[in-house]
Design a protein around this ligand. Sequence first.
Ligand SMILES: [Mg+2]
Length: 410
Amino acid sequence: MKDRAILHSDANCFYASCEMVLQPHLQNKAVAVCGNTEERHGIVLAKSELAKKAGITTGMPNWEALQKCPDLVIVPPRFDYYVRFSKLLHGIYERYTDCIEPYGMDECWLDVTDSIKAPMEIAEEIRQAVKDELGLTVSIGVSFNKVFAKLGSDLKKPDAITEITRESFKEKIWPLPCSELLYCGRQTTKALERMAVHTIGDLAALPLDYITNKLGKNGNMLWHFANGLDDSRVAHMDYCAPAKSLGHGITCVENLESPDEVNKVIVSLCQDIGYKLRSMNLFAGGVCLTVKDKNLFCSSYQKRLDAPVQDELTISKVAYELLVEGYDFKQSIRAVTVTAIHLSQGGTPIQSILLHDYERDERRKKLNSALDEINDEFGKGAIKPAVILGESKMPKNSHKEIVLPGMMHK
Ligand SMILES: [Mg+2]
C-alpha cells in the first residue's frame, strides 16, 4: 500500500504574530499577549520570537516579564481576531485537501496522500502562501504518519519545513529525548528515565511486552510511535465532536500565595472560556477548579450552577468561591485550571464560521489534555473524581484544553 503523506503545520508564535500583523508597529519588537493587561498580576499567554529570546515564558506574571524585558510591549488578547486568522490558515490548507485536523487554533494535520503534487512541494507552497497572504509564518513537518509530522514541525522553526521519511526517521528522530513524542508527558518521561530509556531510539529498541508491562496502554502506544507505527488517521475537516467540558489552565512561573493572586489568574483564564462558550453556543451548567500546589499535588473542586451560563464573570466568581471555600493555602499554588462543565447546547445555534474552528480546536485539546495531563501529569492515583468530568487538563505548552468525547479515534 502506498505510504501516507501527512503534513503538520504549526503557526509560529500565533497570538503574538497575529497582533504584529494587526498592529504593524509591533513588528520587530518583543511582544507579549497577556491577560489582564491593566492588572499588575496579569500573566503572559503568548509571546513573540524576540520576547522569547529575552526569556519571557508563558504563564509569567506581567510585572516579571517587564522586569526581564523592559522594552516588552504588552497587548491584551483578541481571540476573535485569532480565530479569523485561524480560519484564513485553514482556507490555505483547504486548497490541498479536506482532510484537515486541527490541533489547537494554530496547528493542523493535513493528509495530502491523494494529491497529485508531492508533499514537500505542497509544504513549500503552504509556507510561502501563509507568509505572502497572511504575513504569518508556519513550520511544517512532512512525514508518513501524524506523530512524526508533528515532531517534524517542532524541529525547525520559524518559517521552516522538515521532512521525516521512512529512511531518515531513525537518524532524525531516534536521538531525540522521549519527551518530544506526542503524549509523552512529564510523568511518563520520568518513568522511562528510571528504566534508563532516554531517547526515542531507546524506547523503540525495548521489547514491546516489557514496555507494555511497565507502562500499560500508554507505553504500548508510545512504543508504536517511536517505531514509526502510528496509523491514526487525519480527521475529515467536517468532523465535529460535541464538547463535554471546556477549560483553560496555566502553570504559573511563580507560586501563588494568596486567594487574591490566584483570582487574577482565574479571571484571565475565564476570559477565554467565556468567549469559547459563546462562540460554540454552549452553556456551562457547572464550574470546576483544579489547583496544583508546589509539590504537584492536585486538588479539584466543583459546583453545579443554578442556571446554565455563558459569561466569564459568573464562571470566574464561582471558581473563586470554590477556591476560597476549598483551599487552605498551606501550600502555595503552582498551576490553576478552570473548566466549564455539564455543558449544554444553546437554543439557537449561532451561524458562525468560527464554530467549526472551535469545535475542531476542541478535539485536539482533548486528545492532548486527556492523555498527557491526566495519565502523566497527575498520575493515575492523584486524580480526583471532580477532575475526571470529561478528561481534563492542560497540554504541555499552551496549557489550554477543551475536553471532548471520541478522542484518538483511529
Ligand atoms: Mg504554534
